[in-house]
Write a protein that binds this ligand. Structure first.
Ligand SMILES: Nc1ncnc2c1ncn2[C@@H]1O[C@H](COP(=O)(O)OP(=O)(O)O)[C@@H](O)[C@H]1O
Ligand SMILES: [Mg+2]
Length: 215
């Protein structure tokens, strides 16, 4: 019954915009849906998010890549335990903006931490939970950064273009390695097209769960 969908991609790829429209369509179809996001999605997660994303005060020691990783993973473990697993257990649908693939893309590829080690700790945090479907919104780093609102740029969003290009390379390799789970959508297209492609991937799965989908 349950379905776990994640949306991934770089800054300004359209994750928030696409999630909002998919959520509206699912809700209109009577889907028992929880829309959530990482980092965040729980009260603790939002505290961690502000620690991770704010500009570091000069008086604070810099956050090392592994420390950053563990802060993201602490939020993920809590999110899986308190929100995602309970929703799936009652047969609901979870739509999550960013999940474990973000950690592979940003910390293993972007920050260049050891890929196998990042995979291992990620697996501990998710307790082995994998999305049924992941939509990777693929847009060139510069185009995404141009779209992202400058006033909303955070500590990680402000990284170099080279960093964001490594992140995208990471996502593309993940998508090649797991083509059944991770579906790539060209997010350089107009937003309406991106949404239609995403919906075409999700709606058959909802129909299989017994939901009546009109559009
Ligand atoms: N395919 C698209 N074409 C043009 N603009 C887009 C597209 N997708 C998203 N946008 C716009 O780009 C900005 C960033 O999108 P957003 O959904 O916040 O990205 P993300 O959540 O992936 O960082 C928003 O103003 C959004 O409306
Ligand atoms: Mg967003």
């Amino acid at each position: 019954m349950a379905l776990f969908i994640t949306i991934e991609g770089g800054e300004g790829a359209g994750k928030s915009a696409v999630s909002a429209e998919l959520a509206a369509r699912m809700t209109a179809s009577g889907v028992d849906l929880v829309t959530t996001f990482e980092p965040g999605g729980t009260a603790l997660g939002r505290e961690l998010r502000s620690l991770l994303f704010r500009e570091q005060p000069a008086t604070m020691e810099p956050i090392s890549p592994w420390t950053e990783t563990f802060l993201f993973l602490a939020g993920r473990a809590h999110h899986v335990e308190t929100v995602i697993r309970p929703t799936l257990a009652r047969g609901g649908v979870v739509l999550c903006d960013r999940f474990a693939d973000s950690t592979i893309a940003y910390q293993a590829y972007g920050r260049q931490l050891d890929l196998e080690r990042v995979r291992e700790v990620n697996l501990l945090a998710t307790d082995g939970l994998q999305p049924n479907l992941t939509l990777f919104l693929d847009v060139p780093a510069l185009e995404g950064l141009r779209r992202a609102h400058p006033e909303e740029q955070d500590r990680i969003g402000m990284e170099t273009v080279e960093f964001h290009n490594r992140v995208l390379e990471g996502y593309r390799r993940l998508a090649l390695a797991e083509p059944d789970r991770i579906r790539t959508i060209d997010a350089g297209q107009p937003l309406a097209h991106v949404i239609e492609e995403a919906w075409a991937l999700i709606s058959p799965r909802l129909i299989r769960l017994g939901y009546q989908i009109s559009a």
